[in-house]
Design a protein around this ligand. Structure first.
Ligand code: ARG
Length: 576
């Protein structure tokens, strides 16, 4: 079983600490280790001597010295104490070479299997029926898909859920309007698309607000729908189907797989849950409504309105409970805009209070993200002022990628350019989103995201193509035979630096799994491309004495880059 470099060093340091200070109670957390701030100082750095000074009643310098004296130096080239007691560790090139050789042969690229596969619910995308998906849903889809792919790759059991907004009083209004104004649509003899649904929705809302009789009919339709009335259900299903096929078009373009489990799924569970919460006095009546108050937060959750209707809050409590009870989830992750952070904090606290969720057994993360801005710094809109339709936005990116690729000097056929622009256009949108810190707002710019320089999809893809170009140039060797008989030997500084970076892939993925920040992985890939370019600048590959070793290094670099991009949901190309 492979161990991550960082864990191996951690254990070595911990053992040395135990030998140096046998009276200190054993505690994993006594040793903390991270990558060195600069490769000038070494590969990894441990600052624990400073933190242990107080409990050991000794100066950090002394503690560091004692640890170093007791350390097993296997695999290390140098150990240095710097400043007040930093321990800088530099790994031996031979050791790194051997480790990398192991990665080359491992289909998991040296990433340890999880001790136990966890059941992880990743809820993302979640648009609303009878409404267009907007850029917020695009962010949720891209980020959520990357998170789901990450856990799948790590070897966990992932369920991807689309919590679509498919239930609520608004459907009563829309159904009545459609019955009265466009009966042929519901009758199945006239076609409809999402735009027409949205139009009817707006019209029905207008009528609802001005015509009291219409309002009554709409309310009755809601009762009919919630009571399971066949005709109302049929109309509702039709509306959902039309919306669904328009969402699917986007998922297909993005190559995102997701299982729909919308709000309506939880409908039968709502009344019993509210009754349970009331009975156990977790909820109370306040101004005619049933609410849950959480200490320290002014806003309560409203689980039943005074008219008896259930809410977004009720559904989310039911969803959480369902994921605990039926899905037996170890982890639940929900990806939405940061505007819903307070909502999910309330849901989480309420579920703990009700005993529906045990925080020791289940980890819940709301994964918030910022808004998408236009280049003017305002909320992203199209020129006409309407919120941009998602599908158009993606198609524009593909079109612009096409124009850029056509202009570039190349020897690609028309078909190749078509395929390439499809991949690059979509990759660019995804990468731009994932590479910005998800918590901040991000500026949407086709120009920026389609550049070939800087931290962009095009740059990374191009680097990947270059690595493959080298492998292609060496057409006299077969890489898979080569890896069976030749070894990697890291000698040049740029080789060592690249090799070390490749060995850190698992470390980065683990961090991503913990903080759920995709930009850590894009940063890693960007650095990988940079380190590869330095290596390629300084080290001749094909035709050199070190050809075999270097080709194998290229192979690990290519595999790692491809895998990293795959986790982010980006497609790679072999030529560009
Ligand atoms: N449909 C909601 C929206 O468009 C997002 C749903 C998020 N998930 C949840 N469990 N509430 O804003």
């Amino acid at each position: 079983m492979t161990q991550l470099l960082i864990d191996q060093l951690h254990d070595t340091l911990l053992e040395a600490l135990g030998l140096a200070f046998p009276d200190l109670p054993k505690n994993e957390q006594h040793i903390e280790i991270g990558p060195a701030t600069s490769e000038k100082f070494g590969h990894y750095q441990c600052n624990s001597a400073m933190r242990l000074a107080r409990s050991l009643k000794q100066p950090p310098q002394k503690i560091a010295e004692a640890i170093v004296e007791n350390m097993d130096r296997d695999g290390l080239e140098s150990i240095e104490i710097a400043g007040p007691g930093f321990i800088n560790l530099t790994l031996h090139p031979l050791f790194l070479s051997n480790r990398l050789q192991g990665v080359l042969k491992d289909h998991r690229l040296g990433i340890p299997k999880p001790m136990q596969a966890l059941k992880i619910v990743v809820e993302f995308s979640s648009p609303n029926i009878a409404k267009e998906m907007h850029v917020g849903h695009l962010r949720s889809t891209i980020i959520g898909d990357a998170i789901a792919r990450l856990f799948e790759y790590l070897g966990h059991n992932v369920i991807r859920l689309n919590h679509v907004g498919d239930w609520g009083t608004a459907f009563g209004m829309l159904i009545v309007y459609m019955r009265e104004e466009v009966p042929k649509v519901l009758g199945g003899t006239q076609r409809a698309d999402l735009s027409s649904l949205m139009h009817w929705y707006r019209e029905s809302k207008k009528r609802f607000d001005t015509d009291p009789e219409f309002k009554t009919r709409a309310r009755l339709a809601v009762v009919e729908l919630q009571g399971g009335g066949e005709k109302a259900l049929k109309a509702w299903k039709f509306i959902c189907d039309v919306s669904r096929s328009s969402f699917q078009e986007i998922y297909d373009l993005l190559e995102v797989k997701i299982e729909e489990r919308g709000e309506s799924y939880y409908n039968p569970q709502l009344a019993p849950i509210v009754a349970d919460l009331m009975k156990r006095k977790v909820a109370e009546t306040s101004e005619g409504a049933k609410c849950i108050f959480i200490e320290g937060i002014d806003l309560p959750l409203m689980i039943e309105k005074s008219d008896g209707g259930f809410t977004y809050d009720t559904t989310d409590i039911a969803a959480m409970k369902d994921r605990v009870d039926h899905e037996k989830a170890d982890r639940v992750i929900i990806v939405t805009d940061s505007g819903q952070s307070l909502h999910f904090k309330l849901i989480y606290e309420a579920c703990i209070k009700a005993g529906y969720l045990d925080p020791k057994k289940l980890r819940f993360d709301h994964v918030p993200f910022g808004v998408v801005l236009g280049s003017d710094g305002k909320k992203f809109k199209t020129r006409s002022g309407e919120t941009e339709k998602l599908i158009d936005l993606l198609k524009t990116s593909v079109k612009q990628a096409h124009a850029i690729l056509t202009e570039k000097e190349h020897d690609l056929s028309k078909e190749e350019i078509d395929d390439l622009s499809q991949i690059l256009g979509i990759d660019a949108v995804k990468y731009a989103d994932l590479s910005s810190n998800r918590i901040s707002d991000y500026i949407f710019s086709y120009d920026k995201m389609l550049r070939f320089e800087g931290n962009t999809a095009a740059f990374i893809l191009y680097s990947y193509v270059r690595i493959n170009g080298i492998k292609r140039k060496a057409n006299h060797v077969d890489i898979s035979t080569l890896s069976g008989k030749e070894t990697i030997s890291l000698v040049h500084l740029t080789e060592i630096s690249l090799g070390l970076h490749l060995l850190r892939f698992g470390e980065v993925l683990r961090k991503f799994a913990d903080d759920l920040l995709p930009h850590c992985l894009t940063d890693y890939l960007y650095q990988l491309a940079g380190k590869f370019n330095l290596f390629f600048r300084d080290c001749k590959v094909v035709g050199s004495r070190e050809e075999s070793s270097r080709l194998l290094l290229c192979e690990v670099a290519a595999k790692t880059m491809k895998q990293g991009l795959h986790i982010l949901g980006l497609r790679t190309v072999e030529r560009m």
